[in-house]
Design a protein around this ligand. Structure first.
Ligand SMILES: Cc1cc2nc3c(=O)[nH]c(=O)nc-3n(C[C@H](O)[C@H](O)[C@H](O)COP(=O)(O)OP(=O)(O)OC[C@H]3O[C@@H](n4cnc5c(N)ncnc54)[C@H](O)[C@@H]3O)c2cc1C
Length: 435
């Protein structure tokens, strides 16, 4: 029996680890993980990679080494087609930068398939966005952004010698968690750049604009948290625009619906997500408006129960206590919970038992403003209500989410060792990646 998991992200890598340990090691099933990148970086860290406060080379997990330790097999490749009828997937050929082929197009047969390929930014069809804006969908995009940031700071430092009025302006579209967290990380990076030798750069030389189409940032959190975040960002120098919809992006300029234009050296688009486009073209698989694969409560597709989907690329509609319908939100905690359910369902199927229904539990949302502070809402307190948190408690809980992911993929002992090595690295390595 072969279980193929495509996408080794927040959810897929946790699932491959669980199934590898439970089925792969005992040869009860062959567990194959496919990803188009050789290393895993937990996606909620990408804004830290972009600002340079996290060195991806240190935190990345090599799939091949991880597979060897956890009883599954890793295959490098980009999923380009799912053939649901003959139960196989097609992976694109892999080529070197020079164009020379490393691996040809390949087909992998499966008994069970789990699609866990995450999401990409949604440009909502706004002209010029894909051409002129940066995105933070992948490790390589975050690294590209960081390289540009370093180069821009070096250039700015030089330009300030002759022109003290010179400013570097970064405009971020999207006032959700990604936009807010990136703004704060950039503020922090600015401080470290001047510490590390770019002596002409001072706080006021980096301008950041955070642009949101809705009436407030962080719509998933309460109004009071949204106000506190705006206050904190504004106090530190971020210009927050609300009720501002972008109608077009041009080189170094954003045009708004009400006829304004915002000029900036770097444009970032973080205004919502959708599942990859090709999913909606896959025969026999039903998708929703965000291209997510629609799944039943057991996280299987209606038409092909041997195909599961999870995380950002899965569309599962649930009914809230109020009776309102909503999709399970695209978050790391959803992917984490779905990984546990699919692992248990596949083990049940292998043992000729019926799969069980997934029940989503919202533990709350947290947003970190770099190491300045954090804000959030935790669910399930006394009486089952929610609790607004901020400051150290919120920051500690935020960091714990990553530690939970690490313990799911490395186990408790390795996670404890990684925590010690992170502490040591704070002394041994620069606080900002400078190249
Ligand atoms: C900057 C940022 C901050 C965030 N902060 C938070 C947060 O604080 N809390 C929270 O809950 N959520 C946060 N999120 C959202 C969270 O990261 C996602 O909801 C979560 O990662 C989804 O997990 P996933 O397993 O579905 O997909 P991902 O983690 O995105 O993994 C998808 C995997 O599939 C691979 N892949 C993609 N396409 C293919 C293909 N065609 N073939 C093969 N492999 C493929 C990718 O390489 C990747 O490894 C944040 C997201 C971003 C971008």
């Amino acid at each position: 029996m072969r279980v193929v998991i495509v996408g080794g992200g927040a959810g897929g890598l946790e699932l491959a680890t669980k199934l590898g340990r439970k089925l792969g090691r005992g040869k009860k099933a062959e567990i194959v993980l496919v990803d188009h990148k050789p290393v895993h970086i937990w996606k909620p860290l990408l804004h830290e990679v972009a600002s340079g406060s996290l060195d991806a080379a240190v935190d990345a997990v090599s799939y091949r080494a991880h597979a060897h330790l956890n009883g599954y097999m890793f295959k490098l490749g980009r999923l380009e087609q799912i053939n649901s009828e003959d139960k196989s997937i097609q992976l694109a050929a892999i080529k070197e930068k020079s164009g020379e082929e490393i691996l040809p197009v390949r087909f992998i047969k499966f008994d069970y398939l789990v699609v866990a390929i995450g999401s990409v930014s949604n440009d909502f069809g706004v002209e010029g966005v894909s051409e002129f804006c940066h995105f933070l969908d992948s490790h390589s995009q975050a690294v590209d952004f960081h390289e540009r940031l370093v180069n821009n700071f070096i250039r700015l430092n030089q330009q300030l010698e002759n022109n003290p009025e010179k400013r570097l302006h970064i405009a971020i579209v999207g006032g959700g968690a990604t936009g807010v967290e990136l703004s704060a990380e950039l503020l922090r990076a600015r401080e470290w750049f001047s510490t590390y030798g770019l002596k002409n750069v001072r706080s006021e030389h980096l301008e950041i604009s955070l642009i949101e189409a809705g009436p407030r940032v962080l719509p998933a959190l309460s109004e009071s948290i949204s106000e506190s975040v705006i206050k904190e960002l504004t106090r530190r120098g971020v210009r927050v625009w609300v009720n501002t919809q972008i109608s077009e992006a041009k080189e170094n300029t954003l045009l708004t619906n009400d006829g304004n234009s915002i000029a900036a050296d770097t444009l970032v688009w973080a205004a919502g997500i959708k599942a990859p486009e090709f999913l909606k073209l896959t025969a026999g698989i039903e998708t929703n408006n965000a291209n997510q694969i629609i799944v039943t409560p057991t996280l299987q597709t209606q038409q092909h129960p041997t195909i599961f989907a999870m995380g950002d690329c899965a569309g599962l509609e649930i009914t809230e206590a109020s009776g309102a319908k909503k999709w399970v939100p695209p978050r790391a905690q959803s992917a984490h919970q779905m990984a546990s359910q699919i692992s248990s369902n596949i083990i049940r199927l292998v043992n000729n038992k019926k799969p069980a229904a997934f029940s989503y539990r919202d533990y709350g949302s947290l947003v970190s403003l770099s190491d300045y502070t954090a804000f959030g809402r935790l669910m399930g307190g006394i009486g089952g209500g929610s609790l607004n948190v901020q400051g150290r408690i919120a920051r500690f809980t935020y960091v714990s989410l990553y530690r939970l992911h690490q313990s799911a993929i490395h186990g408790y002992l390795r996670t404890a060792l990684l925590m010690i090595s992170d502490k040591l690295n704070r002394f041994l390595r620069p606080r900002l990646k400078l190249h």
